[in-house]
Design a protein. Structure first.
Length: 95
């Protein structure tokens, strides 16, 4: 039987208070998970939520209409916009 799962090779070490470890162990036991699995699942859920909050925008009806109206207008590239686009390319790393 062959395994199609990718081997885990990365580690993250944590130093924490005994009371914090005890709390994590208790919570993990309620869910029938190991502490490592509990921490990983919790951290991944929080990471996904954080990324979603920073990569998406919610607009009300008025703002949504203004946004789509602005999109329908022809783009006028000025020096400030070109500078901002260059700065964005320099700073932002996308998937």
């Amino acid at each position: 039987m062959t395994s199609t799962a990718t081997a885990k090779s990365e580690r993250i070490n944590l130093r924490l208070k005994q009371s914090t470890k005890t709390l994590l162990e208790r919570a993990a036991s309620f869910e029938g998970k190991t502490v490592s699995s509990f921490i990983l699942n919790s951290a991944l859920a929080h990471a996904e939520e954080t990324i979603h909050q920073h990569e998406s925008i919610k607009l009300n009806a008025q703002d949504s209409e203004a946004f789509f109206n602005a999109l329908s207008q022809p783009v006028q590239f000025n020096e400030s916009l070109l500078d901002a686009m260059k700065e964005h390319e320099r700073r932002v790393i996308s998937k």
